[in-house]
Design a protein around this ligand. Sequence first.
Ligand code: CO
Length: 419
Amino acid sequence: MTAAADLCTFIDSSPTPFHVCSTVARALESAGYTAVAEADAFPAAAGRYFVIRGGSLIAWNSQAATGGPADRFRVVGGHTDSPNLRIKQHHDHSSNGLGVVALEPYGGAWLNSWLDRDLGVAGRLALRDGRLVQVRIDEPVLRVPQLAIHLSAERTSVELDPQRHLNAIWTTGSGRFLPWVADRAGILADDVLGFELMTHDVAPSRLTGSSGEFVSAPRLDNQGTCFSGVKALLAAEPVDGVVPVLALFDHEEIGSTSERGAQSDLLATVLERVVLARGGGRDDLHRMVARSVCASGDMAHATHPNYPDRHEPLHVVTVGGGPVLKINVNLRYATDAAGAAEFQSACNQAGVPLQRYEHRADLPCGSTIGPLSAARTGMLTVDVGAPQLAMHSARELMGSADVDLYTQALTAFLTPNFS
Ligand code: CO
């Protein structure tokens, strides 16, 4: 259960992609990794390093690499962002005696789950002097109250309009929200020239069930992978010639197209600079990529006890049953036969069971960073994950045992003794 409890701490420290990067950076630094700025020259010496670009982070360990073209990368990928409600630029208004903050959904948030929750606010502020400052207020400031059942004609559910029904109350009368946030961050409101602020449920993550079998938490998709990925990287005792890499991208939930999403040049550029800094050339990079593999980690749908009919009947996925290989013949997931064999071998090495997921053919399948990152890097890629329920709810659920099993599988993937 320790790993599951640690996951709760990780998630509660990380309400935004920027905070995920900071949480991961702290774990890396305390294990001897060094931050490298993209504007600086990359280190010529082998070692353990990481780069942060906004809400994305790439970390690598080249200590067991020779620096030649016979080296290879083993990449664990994931995403740092989760669907949520974000603060609009002009957000202050008052309505019938209440101060209201205008919010809008980011990504495919399951809107009903955001109602009647005590919400904090977090993100980053861009200041006049060029600094970017992270803000995190874990207090119940905002709330989106739902309609009373007596005022609903249907009495079962209300259709939520993202424009009208997701604004949050935060005070009586009226007020100015951004100056209040700046003040709480110890910053002069006039110095704030830009902001990305978002809400989060302030209820702490918990282990639930009769004996803590479940993790009840926000943002399991995909901080479950961020957590297991960094654990795996730190546990990895590199195999000769292997460079373990952790690649965590922002903006997956909105399509990955940005300067720091999985469709950006971030991973390809960092890998290239790792090779060039050690004296290798472009052709060495391409030779390395040709023998490299990426496990794109994202959470997977466990079979729901109340909706078994929504799942492909021959692909039951069990909470607590171990990591999941995700396959889609139309390549919503990147997995092919070669990638599947790579991850199955990693699970065999770790002594961990592997479940296989396919979506029902008559329902639209979600996607991941896998196919996008594969197209960008040209690297063999396999989509994997850990099982969960209530994906994209403000509060999700996974199995405590799966936290460890997933971490062990990713650790073996980064330190292969089978290829
Ligand atoms: Co996801």
